[in-house]
Design a protein around this ligand. Sequence first.
Ligand code: SF4
Length: 497
Amino acid sequence: MVGVKIIGHDDVYECALIVDLFYDKTAYQVITDSEVTEHFEHIIENEYIEIPTGMRLETRILDDKGHVTYVSQREMTEQFEDVFERRAILKRLNKVTLYEALSSLMPSKSKWGTLVGIRPVKIVHEFLDKGESLDRVRAYLKELMVSEEKIDLVTDIALRERPFVENEAMEGLSLYISIPFCPTRCHYCSFPSNDLTKKGKHIPEYLDHLLYEVEAIVDYLNTKGKYFDCVYIGGGTPSVLTAEQMDHLLKGLRDRIDFSKVIEFTFEAGRPDMVSYDKLEVLKAQGVTRICLNPQTFNDRTLVQVGRAHTADEFCEAFCKAKEFDFESVNFDLILGLADESLEEMKESIDRAILLEPENITVHTLAVKRASQINEFNESHLIGEKNTVEEAIAYMYDEMAVAGYVPYYMYRQKNMVGNLENVGFCKEGKEAVYNIRMMEERHTIVALGAGAVSKIVFPKENRFERHASPKGLEVYLDNHKDYLEKHMIALKSKFGD
Ligand code: SF4
């Protein structure tokens, strides 16, 4: 057992985030000054110390006899008028001393250094916005203990994203439409989704409400000279809609939105068991440019274990059908770290996805979310083993590069197996604009429907506001006009009355 003693400050939460990268929660204890410390194998003392020139951040490792065996220090001597900026820098430097000291005891579980709860690519963009060189960004990330491999990844991705997050690329807005219905619930899922068999009867009413909201918002945005140039229909599983319902929704959107300005129109077809020729015909006829078809894994045993009602072969059949319609892009989602998949099985999924040559492949590492069945019912047998997933990820990066796929966006989540990352790959020139916008949070996204969350961005203030619609389907149906009104107020706070 290791004791962590916090002295002279109260950033316990931030310190625990770093200690978690080295020890399981059961292997350490945060202790106070007065606690008996004899029974600890090591004591880690983390202290803020006032010095004449500013503040010293120090982490000391003590052995079981109380002898100091390692010291890590940083000093902050600059003066800041902004107290929040000062606090942020102190915390950042403190995390580095803690990370450095703990690294003297054992290797970290993460290659991302002290970057926890921060989107790494955003940091690179912030430096590039200020005209800083790539060398300066790299040096900064190194100070934060990020590995060379991950520094290469984030800088490559940021450079690839630049044309999509600058200047005129920032003019249009994105529209997200949520279709929160699914045929069955996957065990790892934390999205708001409603059982089609029980709640499917509400779909016609739900679509009408959505179109009503779109009309009101587009009418308002028109008065401000604003427009949507990116439309994304996600879920849930939007392909649970019948071909007629799809047609009604997509036609309704086309009637209300000026599609001459839309550069990307994505429909998450999602599960192959919901895809049919007549639905694909509707998508093509209504101008969808990009569809997502998600195998998650090509292992039939895993598909059953996680509650997917299709096989790998059925996925391939659905993909072949979709290919006949010649969409500009097809995306596959894969999840590594599902169930007890072996390294060979994960490699097979990667190989089979690459062999089919979709334009986009997004590779997720399983993240255990609070709202998922895996968490709720403690289904830990459905979580892959960290080292195996790490090896699969290394294989995935190599094979993607050989097959001509480049990473174009990424994000990290809490509780990911192996503290890894989710990465979107694309064939050259096939970046999905919406995904980049969603991750970099520089671009306003208006999200409509139950459980949808808008992000209203205020770039000059370097911040965004979230506006959430209720997750519950019935609450949304009964109160959507009230929520629309609140949504309008949120939009007006950015674009004016
Ligand atoms: S299909 Fe997607 S949204 Fe539906 S339950 Fe599975 S993971 Fe969740």
